[in-house]
Design a protein around this ligand. Structure first.
Ligand code: NDP
Length: 447
């Protein structure tokens, strides 16, 4: 599998230690394949067991979350916090609330987060957490009781200089508010222990928009460098209709693109005239409804049941912003046959590894998640700075810093890709650029 015998042994051992964890195995394989040329230049890694140490989370916490629903019935869920790597700063990464959440998914996300946070050049280690709780269809008070119960255990593992969680799938401003309120109550402490907070209690302007905006800044930079083009007059397809998808739609449109499709886990909408984002925001952010409702409000739009079909729509730019493994090799072939120019990942690991490789082979601009969607955590880092300094920057200041960070992430990934001999291989570039700093910090700190 690997040219390096060392990596073969490490990965085989990793598979034995983490059986039945397909997402975690997939993420580790992708990273190891990418960093292999760098590892081979550093024989001291083997002696110091650096890769084995890198692939072992520093701490994995699993706990029960018991709460009562509106009918007074007891409910039991499982909570997780994986503190993956703190070599370059306090653990940092989101909380995901979705029925699919398990140890494999949280570990894969924690591993990815470690390299992503390193790429931002801010001092943040990697972590991730969540629960198999399904927020869909729950009342506000049920969400609150769940969040309070979740934090009643989580609080002992986190802190502004230890581990700073944020949002992810199913966790937005409302959930962060309830989690923060409970942390403050238990600790009697008002601190920057979570990011993605409301503006009235320490949140940062532009945090809500940051992942989607950052994705478009990265895509634009890559389009300019690799294809000498931009978003102008490009047809864009975006999957999902949550936080990342909505603000990617907003920025892609502002940059001159026409977004024609969005989805949720039930199906996708197609609007040849360009998505009306006000309607989407009303449905998703205010009413918390389903995306199919869009076609009842906008004439000329159609809805198709089943979310996978979205990649059959002809487009120049595809931005998968829903969830892991939502874009397969067959989807990649369809997109390439339809002339796609760029595919940049808003979600974490939305493309299977063979799909990602197919894009790179076909000289499609491919923006890997840990680089392309790092804008969210970067802005969380900026929120932490503002909290520590007890001040707040304007929207424009934060947006400008976000833009600079995304350009910097692209440049660093591009530089490493060039060094490895393929300027289109930003996957290798991002993995090496992110890993270098973590490896150096781990070595300097001893065991
Ligand atoms: P949200 O919960 O706001 O939205 C998720 C969206 O994806 C929803 O529209 C959801 O639909 C849809 N979705 C989920 N599963 C599927 C599926 N199998 N097929 C099609 N659509 C699906 O989450 P976010 O927008 O915050 O996160 C989206 C992705 O971006 C995740 O991979 C996350 O890890 C990643 N990310 C998020 C960041 C952030 O700042 N929020 C930062 C970096 C990465 P439904 O309502 O039907 O479930």
């Amino acid at each position: 599998m690997f040219r390096s015998e060392y990596l073969n042994n490490v990965y085989n051992d990793f598979l034995k230690k983490n059986p039945a964890e397909p997402e975690y195995q997939q993420a580790a394989l992708e990273i190891l394949e990418s960093i292999e040329p760098y590892v081979m230049k550093h024989p001291e890694f083997e002696e110091k067991k650096l890769i084995e140490r890198f692939l072992e989370p520093e701490r994995v916490v699993q706990f029960k979350v018991v709460w009562t629903d509106d009918k007074g019935k007891f409910q039991v869920n499982r909570g997780f916090r994986v503190q993956y790597n703190s070599a370059i700063g306090p653990y940092k990464g989101g909380l995901r609330l979705h029925p699919s959440v398990n140890a494999s998914i949280i570990k894969f996300l924690g591993l990815e987060q470690t390299l992503k946070n390193s790429l931002t050049s801010l001092p943040m280690g990697g972590g991730k957490g969540g629960s198999d709780f399904d927020p869909k269809g729950k009342s506000d008070t049920e969400i609150m009781r769940f969040c309070q119960s979740f934090m009643t255990e989580l609080y002992r593992h986190i802190g502004p200089d230890t581990d700073v969680p944020a949002g992810d799938i199913g966790v937005g401003g409302r959930e962060i508010g309830y989690l923060f309120g409970q942390y403050k109550r238990i600790r009697n402490e008002f601190s920057g222990v979570l990011t993605g907070k409301g503006l009235s209690y320490g949140g940062s302007l532009a945090r809500t928009e940051a992942t989607g905006y950052g994705l478009c800044y990265f895509t634009l930079e890559a389009l300019k460098k690799l294809k000498n083009t931009d978003f102008n007059n490009k047809t864009v397809v975006i999957s999902g209709s949550g936080n990342v998808a909505i603000y990617a739609t907003q920025k892609a449109t502002a940059l001159g693109g026409k977004v024609v499709a969005l989805s949720d886990s039930n199906g996708y909408i197609y609007d040849p005239n360009g998505i009306n984002l006000d309607v989407v925001k009303q449905i998703k952010e205010v009413e918390r409804g389903r995306i199919k409702e869009y076609v009842n409000r906008v004439s000329g739009a159609t809805y198709t049941e089943g979310s996978k079909g979205i990649w059959s729509i002809k487009c120049d730019i595809a931005l998968p912003c829903a969830t892991q493994n939502e874009l397969s090799l067959d989807d990649a072939k369809l997109l390439v046959a339809n002339g796609v120019v760029a595919v940049c990942e808003g979600a974490n690991m939305p493309c299977s590894l063979d799909a990602a490789k197919y894009f790179i082979e076909n000289k499609v601009v491919f923006g890997p998640a840990k680089a392309a969607n790092a804008g969210g955590v970067a802005t969380s880092g900026l929120e932490m700075s503002q909290n520590s300094m007890r001040l707040s920057w304007s929207f424009e200041e934060v947006d400008e810093k976000l833009h600079d960070i995304m350009v910097n992430i692209f440049n660093n990934s591009y530089k490493e890709a060039l060094e490895e001999g393929n300027e289109f291989d930003l996957l290798t570039g991002a993995n090496i650029a992110g890993f270098k700093k973590v490896a150096e910090a781990m070595l300097l700190q001893g065991i």
